[in-house]
Design a protein around this ligand. Structure first.
Ligand SMILES: Cc1cc2nc3c(=O)[nH]c(=O)nc-3n(C[C@H](O)[C@H](O)[C@H](O)COP(=O)(O)OP(=O)(O)OC[C@H]3O[C@@H](n4cnc5c(N)ncnc54)[C@H](O)[C@@H]3O)c2cc1C
Ligand code: SF4
Length: 462
């Protein structure tokens, strides 16, 4: 069985809420494992000598290690082992696309269900919390070195964790009035309860990290200002918050709301009334989050329009399953052509059927329009959710090299930008990716900042 087939196996989702209840429940979708289920699931792990799961994990967590400790009933030890490499286990256990990462590689998955690694990681975090255990890392006594961190998303949070642990005086500058980056203004609360993000920031503040919201670096203050204020190094983690445009005629009509802009507005507390008929364009998790959020805010007929086939949808299978169960229709092999309106307001979206043409070496086939197959969908709102770009405002005033994708260019190993005292990681470097990838890169960037300030070689033994 290849990885694609394995990913198609529906994952075991214990004690799920029914769809209707889920839509009315804004906070939590799936309850975690109880002690017996966790122990039984941990017993299924083969404790492989060369664990494939670990290779598939972007952070390379010691997965068999923490599973073995769960089997032995040493849950607290399991938590601390996981936490050694993962700064955000409570977040990652809930939102990581496990089927494409650790679980997609698990050897058990070759002949059935892979070990439910995500649920086990979630179990150890939940166990710590429900048993009143300290989930915070201890921090070193503060030293005199100041580091500025731009952006309070997973990348910025992780750099702050690692450096504060070593005693650095870290200040996070965040342009929004809220902290957490896409964890707060992207991922909906029914997938990631906000109490988890709040607890992470409480932990950071307890470690002496200062968080200043409502300041946009590059506008309110420049990187050079930060240097003049005595920050010895700056970490850039501004993410990728600029919605990519469809490029279709009529995209500026009232009623077209771009994906991450829509989620940001809703997550900041605005009641965005889209109307009953909504078409979301895109096949990734952002599109699915938009569709499921629209349902929760009262829209009734929600469509997903995706230009390739269902098997090619980049969203996780579990999310697609929930989406359909909640009544969203997926229109595959269809793409928008034009948005039509009256008096400046959207009325319908014109689409065209697609077929898959030439495939590249990775098996990704190019969608091609089928001539003369245009059709219309009546819509009160259209949400393009096809991708995001990086806003490089943070770098204003300093000539930082950019890649051809408009992301910050960095050294692969050290995450150093073209300015030696500035480092960058996460979506701002990789383009829109995942929490785990941001956490991993951020850890490497923190190591580089530590070495830079201590006058050590940034590359030695890495
Ligand atoms: C809707 C949605 C759903 C997602 N679902 C998942 C999922 O299920 N699993 C998963 O692993 N990943 C998911 N992701 C992706 C994940 O959230 C990102 O990969 C991750 O948050 C990137 O972290 P980051 O720290 O690089 O950037 P971000 O989380 O984007 O944080 C960047 C922060 O920097 C701030 N900022 C930007 N510019 C400036 C400036 N000039 N000055 C000060 N502050 C600034 C921004 O306001 C933001 O708070 C999702 C993303 C979205 C949008
Ligand atoms: S690959 Fe699967 S079975 Fe093997 S150690 Fe990892 S979780 Fe256990």
């Amino acid at each position: 069985m290849d990885i694609k087939e394995r990913m198609a196996i529906p994952r075991q989702q214990p004690r799920e809420l029914p769809a209707a209840e889920r839509i009315s429940n804004f906070d939590e979708v799936v309850f975690g494992f109880d002690d017996d289920t966790a122990r039984r699931e941990a017993e299924r792990c083969l404790q492989c000598k060369k664990p494939k799961c670990r290779e598939g994990c972007p952070i390379h967590n010691d997965i068999p290690g923490f599973i073995r400790l769960i089997r032995e009933g040493k849950i607290e030890e399991a938590y601390w082992l996981d936490r050694q490499t993962n700064t955000l286990p409570a977040v990652c256990s809930r939102v990581c696309p496990h089927e494409f990462q650790c679980e997609g590689y698990c050897i058990r998955g070759k002949k059935g269900d892979s070990v439910a690694i995500g649920m086990l990681e979630r179990y150890i975090v939940d166990w710590m919390v429900s048993h009143g255990k300290n989930i915070l890392q201890s921090c070193a006594l503060p030293n005199k070195h100041k580091v500025a961190i731009v952006g309070s998303g997973p990348a910025g949070m992780s750099v702050a964790y690692y450096l504060a642990k070593e005693g650095y005086a870290c200040t996070i500058f965040e342009s929004l009035p809220v902290t957490g980056g896409m964890l707060t203004v992207g991922i909906p609360p029914y997938r990631l309860p906000r109490s988890i993000i709040a607890a992470e920031f409480e932990a950071l503040r307890n470690c002496g990290v200062q968080v200043i919201s409502g300041v946009t670096i590059g506008k309110d203050k420049t990187l050079t200002d930060l240097k003049d204020e005595g920050y010895e190094a700056v970490f850039l983690g501004p993410g990728a918050h600029v919605s990519r445009k469809l490029g279709a005629e009529g995209e500026d009509l009232e009623g077209v709301v771009h994906g991450v802009d829509y989620l940001r507005r809703v997550n900041l507390g605005e009641n965005v009334d889209l109307g009953p008929n909504v078409v979301v364009v895109g096949g990734g998790n952002v599109a699915i989050d938009c569709a499921r959020t629209a349902l929760r805010y009262g829209s009734q007929n929600v469509f997903i329009l995706y230009r390739r086939g269902r098997d090619e949808m980049p969203a996780s299978k579990a999310e697609i399953h929930h989406l359909e169960e909640e009544g969203v229709r997926i229109e595959t092999l269809a793409a928008p052509v034009q948005v039509h309106g009256e008096n400046g307001r959207l009325k319908r979206i014109e689409c065209i059927r697609m077929q898959l043409g030439e495939c590249d070496a990775s098996g990704c086939c190019r969608p091609e329009p089928v001539e003369g197959s245009n059709f219309m969908i009546e819509a009160d709102a259209v949400i393009p959710a096809i991708s995001q770009d990086v806003d490089v405002t943070a770098g204003s005033g300093v000539e930082l090299a950019l890649s051809r994708w408009g992301t910050f260019e960095v050294d692969e190993t050290t995450l150093q930008t073209s300015e030696p005292w500035i480092f960058a990681a996460g979506d701002a470097v990789l383009g829109p990716q995942t929490v785990a990838k941001a956490v991993f890169q951020a850890k490497e960037a923190a190591e580089s900042i530590h070495r830079l300030i201590q006058g050590k070689d940034l590359k030695a033994d890495r």
